[in-house]
Design a binder for this molecule. Structure first.
Ligand SMILES: Nc1nc2c(ncn2[C@@H]2O[C@H](COP(=O)(O)OP(=O)(O)OP(=O)(O)O)[C@@H](O)[C@H]2O)c(=O)[nH]1
Length: 306
């Protein structure tokens, strides 16, 4: 399927203070897309946050909050900043067009609208958006295991740290390292080691199943499980579930001095972000506890708070 074929079935938010304009755009788009609508700026922002549309068709001139202010607010919020906006307006001067594009709009459509032109412009923006989303997924995913990579982990940790800081909620982190993985590779071969890394990543996903949990490959045979809004007890539960998942998988590790099957060591730290604390503090604490788990005989978890 080509990118152009994929430029359908989008979720489009139409924002206009006149119902008849919304009806015209709805009629133009409804066969190819799901169409949401809002009659003013504040409602448009609320829908953008809760429904996360693929594209917004935005009237520039509205009473109260106008299209430019809506556009600015969309780009300022991380959860809506990646939604492309097409301005739809009766204003036609080059200055109006420049102002819309300067506000961050991806495109500009003049009223009265032509249905075929609207459909074509929407398809183009959807194609660009889907290509960008696919590229972003690619640069944030670890190719071997399919879980998040280090870059994705760093981004999410920063975001969750700020978010949980605002609400004074805990952020927990598990640093997980496979025991004696060098011996595993030496015994079973590197390709078998690769397969096993993917299996362990799958076990982690099953152990940390909430929507906001993030399993990431931190590097080599070390993984991180980020658990926003979960306290230490909850995090211990995830650690235990992971160990149980690995017991069930029962992957043999004949060369391990620790056990006949593949095991992991885990460091678990949990913090409520304070004014002068940094996300790196959480990572450092979990890493130090992981080191203790290794030194203490492996196949175990260690907890602690800083
Ligand atoms: N197959 C495979 N092996 C990897 C990959 N990344 C890292 N490794 C191996 O993971 C091993 C890590 O070894 P060490 O850091 O010495 O640790 P360990 O042998 O697991 O020992 P402990 O952590 O002390 O229990 C090295 O042999 C790396 O080659 C990978 O993508 N695939």
């Amino acid at each position: 399927m080509s990118w152009t074929d994929m430029a359908v079935n989008g979720r489009i938010l139409v924002v206009d203070d006149a119902m008849e304009n919304i009806q015209i755009l709805h009629a133009a788009l409804q066969d190819e897309h799901e169409v949401l609508f809002a009659l003013d700026g504040p409602r448009a922002l609320a829908i953008a946050r809760s429904q996360h549309p693929d594209l917004i068709l935005l009237d520039a001139v509205m009473p109260g909050m106008d299209g430019y202010a809506v556009c600015k607010a969309l780009f300022a919020a991380p959860e809506t900043s990646d939604i492309p906006v097409i301005f739809v307006t009766a204003l036609k001067s080059p200055e109006d067009e420049t102002r819309a594009l300067g506000a961050g709009a991806a495109d500009f459509i003049s009223k009265p609208v032509n249905a075929a032109v609207v459909r074509a412009r929407v398809r183009t923006q959807l194609t660009v958006k889907r290509q960008r989303d696919a590229l972003r997924a690619l640069i944030l995913t670890d190719a071997l295991t399919g879980v998040a990579n280090r870059r994705a982990f760093d981004e999410r940790l920063d975001m969750e740290w700020r978010r949980c800081g605002r609400g004074q909620l805990p952020v927990s982190l598990l640093m997980v390292d496979i025991d004696h993985f060098k011996l595993y590779n030496d015994h079973y071969g590197h390709p078998a080691g690769d397969t096993t890394l993917a299996e362990v990543a799958g076990a982690m996903r099953r152990a940390a199943g909430r929507g906001q949990d993030l399993v990431a490959r931190y590097g080599g045979e070390e993984f991180a499980i980020l658990l926003p809004q979960l306290d230490e007890q909850g995090a211990i539960g995830v650690g235990r579930r992971l160990m149980h998942e690995l017991e069930t998988l029962d992957l043999p590790h004949a060369a391990s001095p620790t056990s006949q099957r593949l095991t992991v060591s885990i460091g678990i730290s949990s913090m409520v972000p304070r004014e002068h604390s940094l996300p790196a503090d959480l990572v450092q604490a979990a890493d130090a506890l992981l080191y203790q788990a290794k030194a203490g005989g492996r196949n175990q978890y260690r907890i602690g708070a800083a």
